[in-house]
Design a binder for this molecule. Structure first.
Ligand code: HEC
Length: 156
């Protein structure tokens, strides 16, 4: 894809990403709802990333149109992470893999969110180029940004 498109996509990803401002859950019910919504965002990220990972590994044929669509969705979902993780549920017993560090180290967490926004914007550009090796590299870039955040902020 052309340079301008790349600049616009990357710039919009950076501008739209917001920092995480934690606020404590007010009740167990509130904490459970916030946890459900938080997991829903990540679950959709997983569902959109699944086929792309399989394509990068050559398990299913590479389809640039699917890559472009899912990369757009992943980028949009990345914009929701800050809002859907801002409720600090750590004071309540909820079933979650989210580590308390999310609310203790908001700047580091925000960096991880922004890395996903950028990598998914880049993947959209690569998908439009149709260049198979570029697309695979860009998919793996997205995968690394998922894994990077999981290493720091998600329980195994
Ligand atoms: C900014 C940090 C961050 C990024 C980036 C991130 N994740 Fe996660 N992910 C988490 C956290 C935290 C949880 C645990 C959520 C919970 O259990 O409340 C999680 C949970 C998940 C889950 C389990 C959801 C469920 O139903 O419980 C899946 C699947 C997942 N992530 C996939 C992905 C994929 C795929 C990507 C990249 C496209 C990604 N994540 C990017 C932090 C991140």
């Amino acid at each position: 894809m052309n340079y301008l498109t790349k600049v616009i996509l990357t710039a919009s990803a950076i501008i739209t990403a917001t920092s995480v401002l934690a606020e404590g859950a007010k009740s167990l019910d509130h904490a459970e709802k916030a946890t459900d919504n938080r997991k829903a965002v990540f679950s959709l990220l997983g569902s959109n990333m699944g086929p792309l990972g399989a394509m990068a590994k050559g398990k299913i044929p590479l389809d640039a149109k699917v890559v472009e669509k899912n990369a757009l969705r992943i980028n949009q979902l990345s914009m929701m992470i800050a809002d859907y993780t801002k409720t600090d549920t750590s004071a309540f017993k909820v079933k979650t893999a989210a580590l308390d560090k999310i609310w203790q180290q908001p700047e580091a967490f925000t960096k991880r969110i922004n890395a996903l926004s950028k990598a998914s914007a880049h993947l959209q550009v690569a998908a439009k180029s149709g260049d198979e090796s570029e697309i695979k590299k860009a998919i793996s870039g997205v995968g690394k940004s998922c894994g990077g955040c999981h290493d720091d902020f998600k329980a195994d």
